[in-house]
Write a protein that binds this ligand. Structure first.
Ligand SMILES: Nc1ncnc2c1ncn2[C@@H]1O[C@H](COP(=O)(O)OP(=O)(O)OP(=O)(O)O)[C@@H](O)[C@H]1O
Ligand SMILES: [Mg+2]
Length: 270
């Protein structure tokens, strides 16, 4: 198993209750505890509506949680405000399923990639082109993409641009919410290989939400299984799942993986 570093993030007792009106509420996150280490890839799997994206949004502060603590290097970042919050946010970036909606169609790729650096005043506009080209090379795209627009690129290319943008602030954590799910299998494979290489080079940790259990098992060091807003169990290999829900999830897989992916088969339930 891969050797990863010290704990950098601890989500403690995270609760998110949505008010659905007429006195109804929904616990989308129900006393969740998750820890993430430097250079670790942590998978988050579970049925639709189990609360995976809610956790991602809490972590990236798109949602405020109802209660709980988010300890980043031991410091509760959920309690931060203003400039301190702005600085803390640098370290946790996000890649979504469909980056096209996250990109401004009027911006060139170089502006999309370097916008976070400009927002933090970390580069001058005269440096944008050079920095964008450096980031494009990092994600295996040609330099001259810097002056193009993202909406006439393929899904895989757009996702590489989203990854370049997420990496530009040198974050410690990248939250990937179904980041490869919209890509076809061969493109998905190259993006996963890219994420792996970038992790080796930068030691970034991934919070990797994914509905493809075989992909999660192949790519992740540990996997959090979620159901109804709760963590059912955290395991390093889906074969080791003990909870009946994990076994049920696995039983729903009927494709056997090729290549490097681990085979998930009925023998588990024998
Ligand atoms: N803003 C919101 N207001 C009310 N309910 C919400 C809101 N966001 C999410 N929910 C509900 O919270 C639950 C968890 O949703 P979430 O998006 O976290 O699920 P998920 O595990 O990411 O599902 P999927 O695999 O389909 O993306 C769902 O029942 C959803 O309807
Ligand atoms: Mg989701």
């Amino acid at each position: 198993m891969k050797d990863y570093g010290e704990e950098i993030l601890r989500m403690e007792d995270i609760c998110k209750v949505f008010d659905l009106g007429r006195g109804k509420t929904l616990a989308a996150s129900d006393h969740v505890n998750i820890s993430l280490h430097r250079g670790e890839t942590l998978g988050v799997v579970g049925e639709s509506g189990s609360g995976k994206s809610t956790l991602a949004k809490i972590l990236t502060r798109l949602y405020t949680m109802t209660s709980g603590r988010i300890l980043f290097h031991g410091k509760d970042i959920a309690a931060l405000k203003g400039e301190e919050l702005r600085q803390a946010r640098k370290h946790i970036q996000m890649v979504f399923q469909d980056p096209s909606t996250a990109f401004n169609p009027k911006q060139r790729v170089k502006q999309i990639i370097c916008e976070p650096l400009l927002n933090y005043g970390m580069i001058k506009s005269s440096q944008v082109e050079e920095k964008a080209k450096e980031m494009l090379r990092l994600v295996d795209l040609p330099d001259d993409f810097a002056n193009r627009y993202a909406n006439n690129m393929s899904g895989g290319q757009r996702q590489r641009i989203a990854i370049a943008r997420a990496l530009v602030l040198k974050p410690e954590i990248i939250v990937c919410d179904e980041a490869t799910s919209a890509l076809d299998v061969s493109v998905q494979k190259t993006v996963i290989e890219l994420l792996r290489r970038l992790q080796r080079e930068t030691n970034v940790a991934y919070f990797f939400i994914c509905h493809d259990l075989a992909l999660a098992n192949m790519f992740c060091d540990n996997i959090v299984i979620m159901q109804h807003g709760r963590v059912v169990e955290t395991i390093n290999d889906l074969h080791n799942g003990k909870d009946p829900y994990t076994k049920k999830l696995l039983a729903s897989i009927f494709t056997i993986e090729e290549g490097k992916k681990k085979v998930l088969s009925d023998e588990l339930f024998a």
